[in-house]
Structures are given as C-alpha cells and as structure tokens.
Design a protein around this ligand. Structure first.
Ligand SMILES: C[S@@+](CC[C@H](N)C(=O)[O-])C[C@H]1O[C@@H](n2cnc3c(N)ncnc32)[C@H](O)[C@@H]1O
Length: 206
C-alpha cells in the first residue's frame, strides 16, 4: 500500500496480520454451525461479470464463486492475503490486492456486485468504506453484505455497547449499526434479512 495509514487502520491491519495464522481455525466451529450456509446465501445473490469482494480475509468465500466471474478481492492485511493466495478449489478468475476499502483504487462504476462478509465490524470508518463501495458499483449494481450488528433489543443492545470497548481491543466491534451505516452511505436497502436472531444479517443494497 502506497500511502500512510490512519492509526486506527494501521492497528486493524496489525491485528489481522497477527490473526491470519489462526483465523481459519478460529472460525471453523462457526462455519460448521451455519456460517458456511449463510455465505452461500450471499454468493447466490452475486451477478457478474465483474465482482469486488472487500475484506476477503483468508479467502473463505473464493471457492464458491462460479467459473466465468472476474473477481477482484481486496484486504488491508498482507497476512490474510497470503493465506487467500494459497486457497485451493477456486474456479473464478480471482485477482487479489492489498487495499483499504476506505480508499479504493478502482474507477467509478467498475463492478456489478460488491461482496463483504463480516468486514464492517472491523473497518475503522464504515460509512466512508461503504461510500467507496457505492462509488465503484456500476449503475444497477448491488452491494451484498453478511454482517453481525448491534442487536435491536434495548437491554441486549446496551449490553453490547458496554462490552464493545473491551471486545474491540482485541477483535471486531460488536455494536456496529451497519444497516443504518449502509443508508448513511447513500444506498437504498433492498433486502434486510435476519439470519441469526437480529444479530447476523444479509443486507442487499443498491
Ligand atoms: C473478520 S475478517 C473477515 C474475513 C472474510 N471476509 C471472512 O468472511 O472470513 C475481517 C477482514 O476485513 C479486513 N479489513 C478490515 N478493515 C479493512 C479495510 N479498511 N480495508 C480492507 N479490508 C479490511 C481484515 O483485514 C480482515 O481480513
């Protein structure tokens, strides 16, 4: 990456570089418990030919893109990208880039679909990142997101708010209002589907 990162973005990159060595092991139980199925719900919404996946991580989604798609996939963390490069079973044409979603190096209107799974809990300024996604979407294109968010219930929401400063020291934020952030970035929400309670959501926006 060419430019100097903001301190919070640089800290996020360091955190995921460290996590890259054990990330797949850490998420494996969740994948077995249903995440894998939810990821497929997301990927079923993808239309091409040009797709951007932001925060691709170790590339867990990559084998599920069908052949024939051109997928640019970006991540802030070189460590996560190194794992993604070794991911097997990929059919689509995938191009990996080290890049910050808050400053995408793609031209306006480049992509038919932008995908993000469990990313906007970690991006330091999610609205700026989501605005960048909107900018690079072609007219009629869609953002398809799978994100965990702050629960809506008064007590549970307040509990997530109290725990967030502690949890986010070592991991992602647990109280992001991603649906509201998607709207704040200028999108219109087409689908907001609760996949697990009201905490894990599929969000489709244009
Ligand atoms: C929780 S992991 C999710 C990885 C993958 N999407 C998945 O579903 O397994 C969050 C990913 O977002 C990346 N990330 C965080 N902030 C980012 C940013 N500003 N730009 C690009 N990637 C970012 C992290 O490096 C990390 O790989």
């Amino acid at each position: 990456m060419q430019h100097e990162l903001e301190p919070e973005t640089a800290a996020t990159r360091r955190r995921y570089d460290r996590a890259s060595t054990y990330y797949d092991w850490q998420v494996w139980p969740m994948e077995l418990l249903g995440m894998k199925r939810f990821r497929r719900v997301v990927l079923a919404r993808v239309t091409g030919p040009r797709v951007l996946e932001v925060g691709v991580g170790t590339g867990i989604n990559l084998p599920d893109y069908p052949a024939g798609l051109d997928v640019d996939a970006i991540d802030l963390s070189p460590g996560m990208l190194a794992r993604a490069r070794r991911r097997g079973g990929i059919q689509a044409r995938v191009h990996l880039h080290e890049m910050d979603v808050q400053t995408l190096a793609f031209s306006d209107g480049s992509f038919n679909t932008v995908v993000a799974t469990c990313v906007f809990c970690s991006v330091p300024d999610p609205v700026i990142g989501l605005r960048e996604i909107r900018r690079v979407l072609a007219p009629g294109g869609r953002a398809v997101l799978l994100e965990h968010v702050r629960p809506g219930g008064r007590r549970l929401g307040a509990m997530f708010d109290r725990l967030d400063p502690l949890v986010s020291r070592a991991g992602p934020h647990i109280n992001r209002r991603t649906v509201e952030n998607v709207r704040a970035a200028g999108f219109t929400i087409e689908v907001e589907q609760n996949l697990w309670s009201d905490i894990l959501k599929l969000i489709v926006a244009r």
